[in-house]
Unconditional design. Sequence first.
Length: 194
Amino acid sequence: MRVLIDACVLFPTVLREMVVGAAAAGGFAPLWSARILEEWARATRRLPEGAEAVARGEIALLRAAWPEAEVAVAEELVAGLSLPDPADRHVLAAAIAGGAEVLLTLNRRDFPTRTLARHGILLREPDGFLVELLEEGVDLGRVAAGAQARAEAASGRDQPLRTLLKRAGLPRLGKALAGRAGVRGEAAGRPGNG
């Protein structure tokens, strides 16, 4: 399954790590465009100084790991599309150009289901999409453990998994993972927390 990932899904670190980790675990083939990656980098400008440089480094790593994921988009295709927010036409154009079956975004309002359906594309939000992949057997427990470890290293404190995923906009996934054996977090029991 080919999935176009919108910038709003790539920008938050834990959300991006979970989505890209699901792709790395064999859940789907990720797609994005240069413009989507640039939107992600520019969105970090409202964060403390240095955040954009970190984002550009992460973008370079993504491009190296997934060279086939970047979709070239013709401006004629963008211009021929109609969406409630014209600034989002390039996202739909990238999905079409990449042969995506799914557009993964948090921005439901600006991507009408009927418009996407005309191009054979389903609109999905990350939480439900990742829960479905988990139910299909994609090892998101390992992906979540990695994201949790990196969040703890960056913050210098414990990051309970369910809370971390809820803050990342993945409450259903957090609940599903917390109920599974071997996943470290509140429900699974953290070392030292009995």
